[in-house]
Design a protein around this ligand. Structure first.
Ligand code: HEM
Ligand SMILES: CC(C)=CCC/C(C)=C/CC/C(C)=C/COP(=O)(O)OP(=O)(O)O
Length: 302
């Protein structure tokens, strides 16, 4: 008797699949925070250089997304939200994703070094490596603290933007880093509460899966406190004007109210987790508003 081994058929990938590898929707906010970090710097940056630096952040972040999907195609195949991505859906082979990711990452870092400076290129390289090696390879499958530590990768872009414009780092971009860093746990855990079953099915140790809903809700509330302090700090320290202060205060109050509502609830199973979905949606809008306000404050009201 002969046995046949089924060979998976890989359909030819087209440009849309390569675009999907870069996680374009998430990366819009990554690029926006990088752009705002650059525009917040107290220097006049050459438009061509500025555009190139932002392009490098976009390409670097896209490369990180591709390498993340190259490494965790097995996990993505187990979750409803990610099963249709090019690798788990069989539209691309892993080798192509790896080559695309490594090529794009190298290109973005080298171009950043040539167009802007070594500091910006160095931080870009660190954020790509942090997301791929520290978050994806090391922490994601091991500990529910994965996104707290690994999430730092997504907080680097404002620093990169500022460094590209000025050649150094300063207190304001460090505070912008802190805002995104402290924002990441409430952002992600709000979503993890209503995606819990997906993560449980894939065996990813996200906080609601490992420690339960109660602990996750409390942690969302707790992280919102230092995040709010960091959001107000640029104004309180005189690094931005009153326009930023006012916008940040209002937007942060809304964030805190939604986070408090999520923290105080016992379970959301019956009502399709509406407050959790609201907090997640606001978390995305919140960073756009906050970072937009830094720039408007500097360029329109300074
Ligand atoms: C380790 C940290 C993070 C984790 C685990 C995480 C996870 C997620 C997940 C699972 C989604 C929903 C589905 C998706 O579009 O893939 C999402 C959405 C989103 N995330 Fe995050 N995120 C993190 C950090 C960040 C950072 C740093 C940013 C940008 C500064 C960001 C921006 C967004 C945006 C804009 C969306 C909405 C995308 C859409 O409209 O579909 N995330 N995040
Ligand atoms: C400049 C630069 C390199 C920036 C990196 C940007 C970055 C690290 C963003 C983090 C956001 C993100 C896509 C998290 C999803 O992680 P996941 O892998 O758990 O999500 P998934 O389940 O959708 O794959």
């Amino acid at each position: 008797m002969t046995t046949t081994t089924a060979t998976p058929i890989i359909l030819p990938a087209d440009w849309r699949d390569f675009l999907a590898l870069t996680k374009p929707r998430v990366m819009t906010l990554v690029v926006f925070t990088g752009l705002c970090g650059m525009l917040a710097a107290p220097v006049a940056i050459d438009p061509v250089l500025g555009f190139t630096a932002i392009l490098c952040i976009a390409l670097g972040a896209g490369a990180a997304g591709a390498l993340n999907q190259w490494y965790e195609a097995d996990l993505d195949a187990k979750m409803k939200r990610t099963a249709r991505r090019p690798l788990p859906a069989g539209r691309m082979d892993r080798q192509s994703a790896l080559h695309f990711g490594v090529g794009l990452a190298s290109f973005s870092v080298i171009l950043m070094g040539l167009a802007a400076n070594l500091l910006a290129a160095g931080i870009l390289a660190v954020s790509i490596l942090f997301y791929v090696l520290v978050y994806t390879v090391w922490l994601k499958r091991r500990t529910p603290q994965n996104i707290v530590i690994g999430g730092a990768a997504g907080a680097f872009p404002p620093l990169i933007g500022w460094a590209a414009a000025t050649g150094h780092v300063a207190t304001l971009p460090l505070l912008l880093f802190a805002i995104v860093f402290l924002w990441t746990p409430p952002h992600f855990w709000a979503l993890a509460l209503f995606m819990k079953s997906d993560y449980a099915a894939a065996g990813v140790p996200m906080l609601p899966v490992v420690s339960g809903e109660r602990v996750t809700r409390t942690q969302i509330g707790l992280y919102t406190i230092p995040m709010a302090v960091a959001a107000i700090a640029p104004w309180a320290l005189g690094l931005t004007g009153a326009v930023y202060g006012l916008v940040a205060a209002i937007a942060t109050l809304v964030f805190a109210a939604l986070a408090l509502q999520v923290s105080l609830r016992t379970t959301g199973a019956k009502d399709a987790m509406r407050p959790e979905k609201r907090l997640f949606a606001w978390s995305v809008l919140y960073l756009f508003i906050l970072f937009g306000a830094v720039v408007i404050d500097r360029w329109v009201f300074a």
